[in-house]
Structures are given as structure tokens and as C-alpha cells.
Design a protein around this ligand. Structure first.
Ligand code: SF4
Length: 344
């Protein structure tokens, strides 16, 4: 790959962990190179993705993560896809942070169903220090149940990631959502650079990074390549990469967005697998709408993590029984074992 192939976006990548040694050992991906991947004949792209996937993972194993909204609604941000924003009339009511007893019960149920990671989402622009104390308690609760803990709380200030780490947090989720040159079409209340700064703080604190995006928001294929390039070219790419498909919620600005060809979602999953070979690529929001056949293609493209449970933050997800049936039909297993489906 020549220097001309390096990413050309104007956004400054978080500089703190990028060293000459990093640059030497890690392949960098240009938007052009990823666009070329996305434009491959579908079967060729699947073949490339499968080759990479099998070098790094058991191709038939998925990670099961359960997501719980621990503080729903009332968010001051204006993300155009989100029913939890106060800017849109979606019927989602603002609630207080859940008590640790409720979280413990949900985490225990998730573990019994076979999940290994428990992700908690709070609809804040940025948590206050007292919020961090309360979430730290929830993190300790989840760890005590025996699950990996992940939280998504919005933008972090200096020092907050360290406090979450000290509570035992394994992963922090903060999605880039889309390419920088499409971002203004979706969100106006925070900058792309704010997101990169939060990811940098998480990384610097030694907490693993979960970051991905959403397809189907009206972006072009080139924009989708731009999103994958941003993720793959982070100083250290995320350990978890959720690839969401827009769930159109009435009342949000994107409610009437035309449907994206489902193969585009699969192509982006394949591009994420190829460019971030050791990441867990997760099928996230929108999985329910894709149906079993498209999900099977997504696993073929290198997805190896799913949100598992009847509900995501405030939208539906395939129910646990439907997932177990699908995994059985596909011969998919999980690390911890799935009741009713074999495990490893
Ligand atoms: S996606 Fe997150 S930050 Fe954006 S409006 Fe929804 S809850 Fe707020």
C-alpha cells in the first residue's frame, strides 16, 4: 500500500497512542481501498472476509452480549435516528437511572441465557461525576454476576474512564455512527472530533473500545467506506465493532428513510472484518428486520457477536428463542454455551 492510500479525511485522529512503531506494524486503510472492497462482486467479498475471519476466529462461534437501557430517554443530543432524544416526539419517556438490584436481576438472567457480556446504556450527553459513581456501582454488580461489563454513557471527561476502569469496566461503547463527511446530516449537537476524543480517553485509560456505526441513514456506499476507514485507522482499532442497521422509529427525522439494500449491510460487515481482523464484529440494531437468511450472510461475512435478548435500548431484537433456533440451524455456538444449543 502506498502513502497515497492513506486515509485522507480532514478529521484529526486521536494522536495520543499513535507512534511510529504502531504505523509500521499496522496496515492503514484508505477510503478508496475500502470503497474498492465494497464494490467487489458479492461472492468475492465474502471469500475475502471468510479467509480473514478463519485466520483469527472459530468461524462458527459467536459472542452473545445483552444490552440493557439503565437510563432511558430525555437525551439532549439530536441524533436523527434516536427515539431517546428530547428533540423528537417518539413517546419514549425520560426515566431515572436503574437501581443495582434491577440490574443484577437482568444480568443474572442474561448469564443464564448464555450471554458473556452485559452492556448498559444511559441516554446522557455526557455523564456528571456523580453519574460515574452510580454507574461504577452497576459495573461492580455486573462483574459480581460473572459477566464482562460494557457501558455507553456519552462523552467522557478527563479522568472518568479511569474511574470506570477501577470499578472493573471491560469495554466502553461510543459509536462514530457514520463517516465524518456525512455526520452533519445526522447530528448537530456534538462534533465528530468529540467522539474521537472520548475514544482516545477510553483507550488511554486501558479500557477496551467498542465503536461502530449505523448504515441505512441515507448515506452513500462511499460514506460507508468512510465510516469503516475511520474505525480501522484509529490508533488502535476497536476490539468490538457494532454494525447497526437503521431502525426507523416514528417521530425521528430518519423515520421515512428509504430501505437500504440488505446486501449493503452485509458488505459493510465484510469490510469491517477484513480491515479489523481481530475485532468482534457485532450485529446490533436492525438485526430483527433483516430476517434469518440475511443474518446467515452476515455471519458468513465475518460477524461473530450479536446483541442477544428480547430488547435493545428501546427497540425490538429477535427474541432469545428465535435466536437459539437460528443458531441451531446454522451450527453456531457460543463460548459459554447456549441453553438448547451446544457450546464450546
Ligand atoms: S444516540 Fe445516544 S447521544 Fe444520541 S440522542 Fe440517542 S441517547 Fe442521546
Amino acid at each position: 500500500m502506498t502513502s497515497n492510500d492513506l486515509i485522507e479525511h480532514p478529521v484529526t485522529l486521536h494522536p495520543r497512542r499513535s507512534t511510529a512503531a504502531d504505523e509500521a506494524v499496522r496496515e492503514r486503510w484508505s477510503v478508496d481501498a475500502i470503497d474498492a472492497l465494497l464494490n467487489l462482486p458479492f461472492n468475492d467479498l465474502m471469500w475475502r472476509a471468510q479467509q480473514v475471519h478463519r485466520q483469527h476466529f472459530d468461524a462458527n462461534e459467536v459472542e452473545l452480549a445483552t444490552l440493557l437501557s439503565v437510563k432511558t430517554g430525555g437525551c439532549p443530543e439530536d441524533c436523527g435516528y434516536c427515539p431517546q432524544s428530547v428533540h423528537y416526539d417518539t413517546g419514549v419517556k425520560a426515566e431515572k437511572l436503574m437501581a443495582s438490584g434491577e440490574v443484577r436481576a437482568a444480568a443474572e438472567a442474561a448469564r443464564q441465557a448464555g450471554a458473556t457480556r452485559f452492556c448498559m446504556g444511559a441516554a446522557w450527553r455526557a455523564p456528571k461525576d456523580r453519574d460515574i459513581d452510580a454507574v461504577a456501582e452497576l459495573v461492580r454488580t455486573v462483574k459480581d454476576v460473572g459477566l464482562e461489563a460494557c457501558v455507553t454513557l456519552g462523552m467522557l471527561a478527563e479522568g472518568q474512564a479511569e474511574r470506570l476502569r477501577d470499578a472493573g469496566l471491560d469495554y466502553y461503547n461510543h459509536n462514530l455512527d457514520c463517516a465524518p463527511d456525512f455526520y452533519g446530516e445526522v447530528i448537530s449537537t456534538r462534533d465528530y472530533q468529540d467522539r474521537l476524543d472520548t475514544l482516545g480517553r477510553v483507550r488511554d485509560a486501558g479500557v477496551k473500545v467498542c465503536s461502530g456505526g449505523i448504515v441505512g441513514m441515507g448515506e452513500s456506499r462511499r460514506h460507508r467506506a468512510g465510516l469503516v476507514a475511520q474505525l480501522a485507522n484509529l490508533p488502535e482499532y476497536p476490539e468490538s465493532v457494532p454494525i447497526n442497521h437503521l431502525v426507523k422509529v416514528e417521530g425521528t427525522p430518519l423515520a421515512d428513510q428509504p430501505d437500504l439494500d440488505p446486501f449493503e449491510w452485509v458488505r459493510v460487515i465484510a469490510a469491517a472484518r477484513i480491515t479489523m481482523p481481530t475485532a468482534r464484529v457485532r450485529l446490533s440494531a436492525g438485526r430483527q428486520q433483516q430476517g434469518d437468511a440475511v443474518q446467515a450472510l452476515a455471519f458468513l461475512a465475518g460477524a461473530n457477536s450479536v446483541f442477544y435478548g428480547d430488547k435493545l435500548l428501546v427497540t425490538g431484537n429477535p427474541d432469545v428463542a428465535a435466536d437459539r433456533t437460528l443458531f441451531k440451524r446454522l451450527g453456531i455456538v457460543s463460548r459459554a454455551g447456549i441453553p438448547g444449543v451446544s457450546g464450546r
